[in-house]
Design a protein around this ligand. Structure first.
Ligand SMILES: NC(=O)c1ccc[n+]([C@@H]2O[C@H](COP(=O)([O-])OP(=O)(O)OC[C@H]3O[C@@H](n4cnc5c(N)ncnc54)[C@H](OP(=O)(O)O)[C@@H]3O)[C@@H](O)[C@H]2O)c1
Length: 362
């Protein structure tokens, strides 16, 4: 008997997911079909369900993160074979095709957005990586600004890819990650650290150890009334850590993984003290009206699907997972089993998480 597919369908915006049969996907050129063993939930999924944003085809199957076994390989794909254990980034967000959504038993994944998952890593751990990884590469490595949405550019920090060397050779550059315990913030911390960048992180007090585990050299509490002064001071003292004059660290700017009015106010105040820098956001950036004209702030909003990540998927992910350079963080919290559990998992994400990724086993 050939296998049959099922999915958690979104029939209309604002409605609960419905588990129903779905067509069995086929792998086209450059694609693999993954038999999913675990899927992870992202805040984006909640926005898509609530408002239908990014949905191009109704009914929709969405979701971005899968881990499982390769079921079928497209005609020109030679980097994977049937039965390989993989993680993959599902791209329904850009393609709109239901077969590209994660919340199904079988999902089409572009072969250049997948990597072998080492035997030692459970599917429920590996599944926390894909979407956050691509978001991190899009944050750090784009050389030129693209379009995140009409009228909003992506950031272009132009930083190098992560290296497998441990420790990574120092680039003498410093980045602030605001929201360092979030899924995307912690992955940016890991990847930036593996590129040789010093990360100063802002997270909840209870997550200082977690931010350091991801690579941050210093962590400050977002609820500290003096957080702006403390972070700005940490950057200037870090930047002058070398005794050689003229060889100070360069301040890159801030990645704001939260991007709310509150975090924007804090970040613009930090940038004003540091005489400017990048402000890479996960939502549309703030107006710069309150920034003094002599402070140069370059804003951008990431868009987490981009071929800039191809080299990282191909050359870095499997080896970095195997060697422990890339950790499956934040830790998964498995909240259920089966497609029926995805709706409840979305509710858990809506309720807010702290240094955790919500995962459903299939
Ligand atoms: N544009 C894109 O392409 C793109 C891609 C991916 C994600 N996103 C967006 O990025 C955001 C983050 O996603 P995610 O999955 O990383 O989120 P997440 O893991 O669910 O975020 C939870 C974390 O947010 C932290 N947090 C909440 N308020 C904070 C504050 N005021 N200051 C610092 N940290 C704060 C919490 O830290 P503590 O518990 O330590 O306090 C918690 O660990 C979402 O809005 C998502 O939609 C956008």
């Amino acid at each position: 008997m050939p296998p049959t597919n099922q999915a958690a369908w979104l029939l209309e915006a604002g409605s609960p997911l419905q588990v129903r049969d779905a067509p069995m996907p086929a792998a086209g050129p450059g694609e693999i079909v993954v038999k999913n063993a675990a899927v992870a939930i992202n805040p984006l999924d909640c926005h898509m369900q609530d408002s239908g944003v990014f949905v191009q085809e109704w009914p929709s199957i969405f979701g971005c993160d899968v881990a499982g076994e390769v079921y079928e390989v497209g005609p020109d794909v030679n980097s994977f074979k049937k039965g390989d254990r993989v993680i993959g980034h599902a791209i329904n967000l850009v393609s709109g095709r239901p077969e590209d959504g994660a919340f199904a038993l079988y999902t089409v994944i572009p072969a250049n957005k997948a990597a072998i998952l080492p035997e030692s890593i459970p599917f429920t751990d590996g599944v926390v990586v894909p979407f956050a990884l691509e978001a991190a590469i899009c944050t750090l490595c784009l050389e030129t600004p693209g379009s995140a949405m009409p009228g909003v550019s992506t950031p272009a920090l132009g930083l190098p890819y992560p290296t497998l060397q441990h420790p990574a050779p120092a680039l003498n550059k410093t980045l602030i990650v605001y929201g360092g315990s979030s899924s995307v913030g912690s992955m940016v911390t890991q990847i930036a650290t593996a590129s040789g960048i010093r990360v100063i992180s802002v997270a909840g007090k209870h997550n200082f150890g977690f931010a350091k585990q991801c690579g941050a050299v210093e962590v400050f509490h977002h609820g500290d009334p003096d957080v702006i002064e403390k972070v700005a001071h940490a950057v200037t003292s870090t930047n002058n850590h070398t005794s050689e004059p003229g060889n100070e660290d360069e301040f890159i700017g801030i990645f704001d993984a939260i991007s709310t009015p509150e975090t924007y106010a804090a970040n613009l105040a930090i940038l004003a003290r540091l005489e400017g820098g990048h402000l890479a956001c996960v939502h549309p950036p703030p107006s710069l009206d309150d920034i003094p004209g002599n402070v140069n702030v370059k804003t951008g909003m990431i868009f987490a699907v981009n071929d800039v990540a191809t080299a990282v998927w191909r050359d870095y992910v499997e080896r970095a997972l195997r060697g422990g350079r890339l950790q499956c963080l934040p830790r998964p919290r498995v909240v259920g089993k089966g497609l029926e559990a995805i709706q409840g998992a979305l509710e858990v994400v809506r309720g807010g998480v702290s240094a955790a990724k919500i995962v459903v086993e299939l």
